[in-house]
Design a protein around this ligand. Structure first.
Ligand SMILES: C[S@@+](CC[C@H](N)C(=O)[O-])C[C@H]1O[C@@H](n2cnc3c(N)ncnc32)[C@H](O)[C@@H]1O
Length: 270
């Protein structure tokens, strides 16, 4: 593991990306600093819990498509978060009991807790590592044990690439995964969207960015074109990269949060 492996120390005084998210989802694995940051996000947009739930709903629709329509049986979930809520392995294995899922997260609380929660799970593992090190992850013993990269795999990057700054070359990182994925593999992304002053007159994106400035990782929202560029070398499936709630919505299901927060898409490697 390189120097970017999971941090060994757990700093509970600094708001942490994974634990803020856990609090917004109604989880219990968070500390005062995380809850304070979550409150600041709620102050910036009372809709935030709805947006988080909509993100989980997008993951659910994407996994369902990947299992049922695309026949995918193996998933690599980068920045998977705490596997306490309805998660990718539960969604995938409900549809296909033989599905295998490896979660990757660089947060020590997430990875340790996740390993404990998943200890008795079949076909599922949690790896503590940084997604910015594709080779470390793809050659990790747990990944090699559970996933056969000569066969199609789905790489899921839900609500995580906006924590990777441009200087870390996130597009090049995703291209490294792509180059190791077999033809017929998929990439699914949800990503915080930048907004013009007209689209965001009250400055919600700026408020969010400033809350995360004090946290374990900073927020780097991106334009539609920058998000689409993650899919270079993939064929975007319909409807392309769109507002998350517009990605193959389930008839009759009303989104919980505002529609213009995250963009999402799924692409297939030809
Ligand atoms: C907002 S949560 C999203 C969780 C889940 N993917 C979802 O969409 O519901 C972001 C997660 O990404 C993790 N994360 C952030 N940067 C990461 C990195 N460079 N490598 C691996 N995980 C990362 C955080 O620890 C956190 O658990």
């Amino acid at each position: 593991m390189t120097e970017r492996g999971p941090a060994s120390g757990i700093d509970t005084t600094k708001a942490n990306v994974a634990r803020i998210y856990d609090d917004l989802l109604g989880g219990k694995d968070n500390f005062a600093a995380d809850r304070a940051a979550a409150q600041q996000l709620i102050a910036a947009t009372p809709d935030i819990a709805g947006i988080v739930h909509d993100n989980r709903a997008f993951i659910g629709r994407a996994v369902r498509h990947l299992v049922n329509e695309a026949g995918i049986r193996q998933f690599l979930d980068l920045g998977g978060g705490l596997p306490t809520q309805l998660n990718v392995h539960e969604m995938a294995q409900r549809l296909a009991p033989d599905a295998r899922v490896v979660y990757v997260d660089n947060d020590p609380v997430v990875s340790l807790h996740g390993q404990a929660l998943l200890a008795r799970g079949v076909g599922v593992a949690m790896v503590g590592a940084d997604l910015r090190e594709p080779a470390d992850i793809l050659d990790h013993p747990e990944v090699v044990r559970l996933l056969d990269l000569t066969q199609p795999v789905a790489v899921v990057c839900a609500s995580v690439l906006h924590f990777v700054p441009d200087e870390d070359k996130p597009h090049r990182i995703i291209a490294e995964y792509r180059d190791r994925m077999a033809p017929g593999s998929y990439l699914a992304i949800s990503h915080g969207a930048s907004a013009t002053a007209e689209e965001d007159p009250t400055g919600v994106v700026d408020s969010f960015t400033s809350v995360y400035r004090q946290a374990s990782a900073q927020l780097h929202v991106r334009s539609l074109a920058e998000i689409q560029r993650f899919f270079d070398g993939f064929d975007l499936i319909d409807p392309g990269v769109v507002w998350m709630n517009e990605w193959r919505p389930d008839p009759g299901v009303v989104p919980s949060g505002q529609d213009t927060s995250l963009r999402a898409g799924v692409g297939r490697k030809p």
